[in-house]
Ligand binder design. Structure first.
Ligand code: HBI
Length: 98
């Protein structure tokens, strides 16, 4: 998998809501905030199953109702389409929940 070029990443980032570039690293991040821990962990469970199917795994941490997510493709040493696809899934699953 090849890292995204500049125009690809500009275009794809424009289609993502609330994701930003990580300083000093070719990765994107977003903080998701849910109603409570149950909603946060339920969302994480859905994402975990989807991520496992894609063989593409998030770096994330959870405190109560917040989940901090960083996505990057380690194999490619940077951002790829897979990160964008997983980011979109996360947004879809969170829609209506957060
Ligand atoms: N998840 N986000 C992410 N990036 C990877 O490069 C990656 C992964 N999950 C599994 C995976 N790579 C495997 O292909 C190997 O690294 C084992």
């Amino acid at each position: 998998m090849k890292p995204l070029n500049d125009s690809e990443r500009a275009e794809l980032l424009r289609n993502l809501d609330g994701w930003t570039m990580v300083e000093g690293r070719d990765a994107i991040r977003k903080q998701f905030v849910f109603d409570d821990f149950n909603a946060a962990f339920g969302w994480m469970t859905r994402v975990a199953l989807a991520a496992e199917k894609m063989d593409h795994h998030p770096e994330w941490s959870n405190v109560y109702r917040k989940v901090d997510v960083t996505l990057s493709t380690h194999d490619a040493n940077g951002l790829t389409r897979r990160d964008i696809e997983l980011a979109q899934k996360m947004d879809q699953f969170a829609a209506g929940l957060s």
